[in-house]
Design a protein around this ligand. Structure first.
Ligand code: URP
Ligand code: ZN
Ligand code: ZN
Length: 475
């Protein structure tokens, strides 16, 4: 591990940012990028890395992950140790985790639980979105103080009735507060009443398997959730961000709102770009591996999503990493699809698959890859230009990527603690070779060499003039 001021020189790589590609050397010093130039002379004692024929990306950012996730009667499988290793092996150097208190739980206490799970246990940098699941006389003050600590975004669920889901009063109050505090509200958009009624009808008709999950939450249910959020955003003036948008219908509603001036960022997931509804129809309950919400869609939606990434209509590609074991946890819903823990793990695979299926197959170019998997998330959530860029003074979060290698994805070799991969056997062009987090090597030749505990909490700024910040980057 470099000591303060240690130099590492990355020589001769093809640097890719969100806007351009150029050949140059990069000199890291301590935790930051000190120089970028065609031929940098190596300072004394410098470690030199040959990156000829390689691509050099800014560290990738995943703005939507679940690590500590008590959900649907069980607890997601990863810890910060396993998840941050998986992230780094996949080129992700910063993650933003959703804090998901059970409805009724105290937000400040919940944040402490999520923070203490990550503290000293993460090998990559991290931050949080604060889930809002209750509202009483103390909530506004509690959320204001949480924002002051640098957790400068909220998360609301318009689905999951009776669990994480919130009603319209809380939605309105959260958006109104966010508007005053100058923070973004991220939202899971599905109409929960429609889901409950459709699920009831499907179960009554004997459709109990994982393949019925899609029909309990068809595209119109998601589009309705998007419309709902957009109406509330319009009336409160809040800045919003739609998480895990899956289909053409929902995209159309979000873009219509954006066109009339609603402030909305749009995220899709790597799962929706390469997996589809037929995966959740696999026999022998295998489909349960692919149950998530919103569900995997008809394949025709994939081209719409890739086009929207290319055009800049969709801003980010995240994972919504939610790891539940197939052998035990997914089986909780063996006789009732509504009890299958929702979620697909994809933390380690996001960048590889986005490159292999996106860039290598011509769906997006390299700058778009960087934009949607790194820079836009940094900009949206107050981390730019420290993160998401290759620039003087930025954090030395860098990924050397070998475009000529191939990666084959398997649960047998992945770092996540979950017992299956939704991408099992997929072979994709390209491989993550080396990764640095603030100047410290975390991956070398595809092997994890980082340090659990190196990861740092990133306090993010809000945009309210009247609110001061407290705390530092250590939370
Ligand atoms: O199915 C999903 N997406 N599980 C994780 C929780 C959420 O809704 O983001
Ligand atoms: Zn969600
Ligand atoms: Zn999620």
């Amino acid at each position: 591990m470099p000591t303060t001021g240690h130099h590492t020189l990355i020589r001769g790589g093809e640097i890719v940012t969100d806007t351009r590609q150029f050949r140059a050397d990069i000199l890291m010093r301590g935790e930051s990028i000190e120089a970028i130039a065609p031929q940098i002379a190596a300072p004394t004692g410098c470690t030199t890395i040959d990156a000829r024929d390689m691509l050099v990306f800014p560290g990738f950012i995943d703005p939507h992950v679940h690590i500590h996730l008590p959900f649907m009667g069980t607890l997601a499988k990863d810890t910060w140790e396993t998840a941050s290793k998986a992230a780094l092996l996949g080129g992700t150097t910063t993650m933003i985790e959703m804090v998901c208190p059970a409805s009724g739980d105290d937000p400040t206490a919940a944040l402490e639980v999520w923070m203490s799970n990550a503290r000293d246990r993460s090998a990559c940098d991290y931050s949080f979105h604060m889930g809002v699941t209750r509202w009483d006389d103390t909530t506004e003050a509690a959320l204001t103080s949480i924002v002051r600590r640098g957790v400068a975004s909220f998360k609301v669920f318009l689905a999951y009735k009776g669990a994480l889901g919130i009603g319209d009063e809380i939605l309105y109050r959260t958006l109104a507060l966010a508007s005053r505090l100058g923070v973004v509200v991220t939202a899971h958009c599905e109409n929960e009443t429609l889901i409950a009624e459709l699920s009831r009808e499907l179960l009554a008709a004997g459709r109990t398997g994982p393949e019925a999950h899609h029909d309990s939450r068809p595209p119109r249910v998601e589009a309705s959730g998007v419309d709902h959020l957009m109406t509330f955003a319009e009336l409160t003036g809040a800045e919003t961000y739609i998480v895990h948008l899956s289909c053409a219908e929902a995209l159309e509603r979000a873009l219509a709102a954006r066109a009339r001036g609603v402030r909305v960022g749009i995220e899709t997931l790597i799962q929706y770009l390469v997996l589809d509804k037929e995966d959740a129809e696999r026999p022998n309950f295998e489909g349960a591996k692919f149950v998530m919400s919103p569900p995997l869609r008809d394949r025709s939606n994939q081209a719409v999503l890739w086009n929207a990434l290319r055009r800049g209509d969709i801003d980010t590609v995240a994972t919504d990493h939610a790891p539940f074991d197939f052998a035990t946890q997914k089986r909780l819903g063996e006789h009732d699809f509504t009890k299958i823990p929702n979620g697909i793990p994809s933390l380690e695979e996001r960048v590889k698959v986005l490159y292999g299926r996106g860039v290598a197959e011509g769906a997006i170019d390299l700058c778009t890859l960087v934009r949607v998997a790194s820079t836009n998330a940094a900009k949206q959530f107050g981390l730019h230009p420290r993160k998401g860029s290759i620039a003087l003074g930025a954090d030395a979060d860098l990924v050397i990527f070998d475009p000529r290698a191939r990666s084959t994805i398997s649960a047998r070799t992945h770092a996540s603690a979950v017992d299956y991969s939704a991408f099992e056997g997929m072979s994709v062009a390209g491989a993550v070779r080396d990764v640095w987090v603030r100047g410290a090597r975390a991956v070398e030749d595809g092997r994890f060499v980082g340090r659990v505990g190196h990861g740092r909490f990133l306090a993010r700024p809000h945009r309210s003039a009247s609110l001061s910040m407290s705390g530092g980057t250590h939370g």
